[in-house]
Design a binder for this molecule. Structure first.
Ligand SMILES: [Zn+2]
Length: 417
């Protein structure tokens, strides 16, 4: 794997990861996102349905949280999660937790971390974690990490302990990695912890960078963990310590405005759980990123379509908290709302996805209110297409020195309310 940075604009890195996969046949443009899955499948979609979308990311994220309880089956199967789930040709990255289902705190010890799947908790030692990786057989995986520093009032002592434990887990993972033939050719990504303590972030980044890792996973910056300004300061301090020629993936950040803020702080890669959360709350992404729309029209459109109904805001919990769909954002429209009952326009006009080419808002509204499973299929197709389109627009904006225009366009989503 090689990261070729073609330009750096005010901290934003535009580049391409090349030589990915065991034979080096894949590449991934950055800033970019991975393809989100649960149990190694994109929720709601079969592989054939998914591949009606073009320009899918070359890297698929699978999570130990959703695979841990299938360890024996995967070991018996012997060919890894990619073949087990029937994935098309893709690079597989295995993370510890599911970004759309944060783990409850209080289950981490010096030697273990816990992941939560549909059947409950699985406690992992490094040995069990590595045995699972050997069964999943990813191309990339993150080391086992203590990320339990996201609560308010986490003490400096606890944050220091998280950094120490994570470095110790990384060393153990790297040692075992050498001894496992199933993981030959796979690459380890080092997890950077440090909560909201700048010195610990810097120490974690420096120490992780000394180890033979392929890239860096920046943990503990997820939506809601800290304020936007603090996140930007800490991310900037962290990425300053990392080598330029290795990619940085931030966990738990999905909202378009937050994605841009992270890119400005030197982040290259994101998880794409956000379109899934939007789908689960019966919404469709509809923010504009074309940079060619008439700004006045964009404001009018957002006024008309994206007003958040009171009941939706009250019903849902905090953004990204728990396993629920989270709080609605200004980047989406709530298609359950009765205003769409006779709206015969596509979800987003000009969107090339299957849903927008064949259906109208009124039909998806109808599917949602009658609880038809097809609603999830159509919304997931559209939301994934829209989100990938946003990342393409972001790269284009960086290439053309037009990031301020794109940010301005996203800001207009604010003004719509
Ligand atoms: Zn669409």
């Amino acid at each position: 794997m090689k990261l070729e940075i073609s330009r750096v604009v005010q901290g934003c890195r535009l580049g391409t990861l090349t030589g990915l996969g065991k034979t080096g046949q894949h590449s991934l443009e950055t800033p970019g996102c991975l393809l989100y899955t649960r149990c190694a499948s994109v929720p709601h979609l079969t592989q054939d349905t998914l591949h009606t979308l073009t320009n899918l990311p070359a890297v698929t994220q699978v999570t130990l949280a959703t695979l841990a309880e299938h360890q024996e089956v995967l070991e018996e199967f012997k060919e890894g999660a990619r073949t087990f789930a029937g994935l098309h040709d893709t690079v597989v990255y295995c993370s510890l937790h599911d970004p759309a289902a944060p783990s409850p705190p209080g289950y981490t010890t010096n030697k273990t971390v816990s992941v939560w799947g549909s059947g409950g908790r699985t406690e992992l030692t490094v040995a069990r974690f590595m045995a699972l990786q050997a069964a999943v057989r990813p191309d990339w995986y993150q080391n086992m990490a203590d990320g339990e520093t996201g609560q308010e009032n986490t003490s400096r002592k606890r944050v220091r302990k998280a950094v120490d434990r994570t470095l110790s887990h990384l060393d153990e993972c790297l040692l075992l990695h050498q001894k496992m033939p199933e993981l030959r050719g796979a690459q380890v990504w080092g997890v950077v912890e440090g909560g909201d303590v700048r010195e610990e972030r810097v120490r974690s980044a420096r120490e992780t960078a000394k180890r033979p890792v392929a890239g860096f996973v920046l943990d503990g910056f997820q939506s809601g963990a800290m304020g936007d300004d603090l996140r930007t300061q800490l991310l900037t301090a962290t990425t300053a310590e990392l080598p330029h020629d290795k990619p940085r993936l931030v966990q738990g950040v999905g909202r378009p405005d937050e994605v841009i803020a992270c890119v400005e702080a030197g982040v290259d890669l994101f998880e794409s759980f956000f379109p899934y959360q939007v789908t689960e709350r019966g919404c469709a992404l509809c923010f504009s990123f074309s940079m060619e729309t008439d700004p006045e029209q964009a404001v009018l459109d957002s006024d008309k379509e994206k007003t958040i109904p009171e009941d939706v805001v009250q019903e849902n919990g905090s953004d990204g908290g728990g396993d629920g769909p989270g709080k609605m954002t200004r980047f989406e429209m709530h298609l359950r709302d009765k205003r769409y009952r006779e709206d015969f326009r596509p979800l987003v006009s000009g969107c090339p996805c299957y849903c927008c080419r064949h259906h109208q808002r009124a039909y998806v509204h109808h599917l949602l209110v009658t609880n038809e499973l097809l609603a999830g299929v159509l919304l997931m197709l559209h939301n994934t297409a829209h989100y990938l389109g946003f990342f393409r627009a972001l790269r284009r904006a960086l290439a053309q020195n037009r990031l301020p225009d794109l940010k301005q366009q996203l800001l207009q989503c604010h003004q719509g309310h």
